[in-house]
Design a binder for this molecule. Structure first.
Ligand SMILES: [Zn+2]
Length: 361
């Protein structure tokens, strides 16, 4: 629980100059996508219901439920500078979803998902109007009043703090602008100036050093490994945190790759056993005979079993996604539904879906 003194937005730096004459909602995006019901995407007007928009935009998805186990997915340290990620061969993938921010994959591409800084988070006026609690709010977790902004405020601060760590030098700053990770001036499309960024980053560092408790605990560990996060989620919720297969073809390709590697290893062992059986000493050894027999049976049955499990898993996903593909879902009156999400055939999909204005997975 954050102390009452921190119910206000703590930052004072105005990254884009004085915006007092501007309407606070001018910095919002055109529309936003959310889940009206599980599997049913909808599009809403952010200016129409700013708290609902912020709930969706700053949602961490299923991460809060996994906080105690995040030690397995990433070390408790600040984010590495952006140029170091690039130097390590990671592809920076822009993904506008808070629950995917700074998740890395260890596949052949070595991707790092990064959410760009939304324009509204660098507007002091907007944050002061929409990310502050009323006087006396104790900011309980979970919030008990609709006016408490404790959780979204802590997520916003934690998210901005990761950027203070990611963009450390001018090299990182240029890389971030190249990837359009930092917002630009609405009028002339000019990026934020380097002196303004330095002021904001230093203020974030000082605020974090003064009281790290006002930053959401998810951001105490910056980069998280998606594969390990999926393992944690499978153990706790029986579902992966985010699916990484874009299609059935991708699913089979990925699984057949490691199956082929395992088959080569099994073939090597079988060849060695065959050579062993040709020698006089091992030919008469009953223990080696038994081991050879067992491994040969395993080498015949294991590939069949693995392929069968792959097919069953694909069929399971197809059966589970069928209601979504057929459009069997609830409707929400206020928003325009844009059709069912073909989950298995879609992009990275958060496994934890909550009804309401949740972010589009
Ligand atoms: Zn509050």
């Amino acid at each position: 629980m954050a102390p009452p003194g921190f119910r206000l937005w703590p930052l004072k730096t105005e990254a884009f100059g004085n915006e007092n004459r501007k309407c606070a909602t001018d910095v919002l995006p055109a529309t936003y996508h959310y889940h009206a019901t599980p599997g049913k995407r909808a599009v809403g007007d952010p200016a129409e219901d700013v708290p609902a928009f912020l709930q969706s935009e700053l949602s961490l998805g299923g991460l809060p439920g996994l906080l105690k186990h995040l030690w397995f997915a990433g070390a408790a340290r600040p984010a590495m500078p952006l140029h170091l990620h690039v130097a390590r061969g990671r592809e920076i993938v822009v993904l506008d979803q808070m629950h995917m921010h700074l998740l890395s994959t260890n596949d052949s591409e070595g991707r790092l998902f990064v959410k760009p800084v939304p324009r509204f988070l660098l507007s002091l006026k907007f944050c002061q109007e929409n990310l502050q609690c009323p006087p006396g709010c104790p900011c309980p977790d979970p919030p008990v009043t609709t006016t408490c902004r404790g959780i979204p405020r802590s997520v916003a601060l934690g998210f901005l703090y990761t950027y203070a760590c990611l963009i450390s030098s001018k090299t990182d700053f240029h890389l971030a602008n190249e990837k359009r990770l930092l917002p630009r001036n609405d009028h002339n499309d000019e990026p934020i100036s380097w002196p303004s960024w330095k002021t904001l980053a230093r203020e974030l560092l000082h605020t974090h050093a003064h009281d790290p408790s006002i930053f959401h605990p998810r951001f105490h560990r910056a980069e998280l490994r998606l594969s390990r996060l999926n393992t944690i989620s499978r153990l706790i919720t029986s579902r992966p945190y985010a699916r990484s297969h874009h299609s059935y073809g991708n699913f089979f390709r990925h699984n057949l790759a490691w199956t082929a590697a395992a088959t080569v290893f099994v073939a090597l062992v079988l060849t060695a056993m065959q050579v062993g059986l040709a020698t006089d000493r091992l030919q008469e050894d009953p223990a080696f005979q038994r081991a050879s027999y067992g491994f040969t049976v395993f080498a015949i049955l294991a590939p069949l079993g693995v392929f069968g499990l792959m097919v069953l898993r694909a069929l399971f996903h197809l059966a589970r996604d069928m209601p979504l593909l057929l459009g069997w879902g609830g409707r929400r009156k206020r928003a325009a539904a844009v059709g069912a999400a073909p989950v298995f055939d879609a992009k990275l999909t958060a496994a934890v879906t909550v009804v309401g204005k949740q972010p589009e997975p």
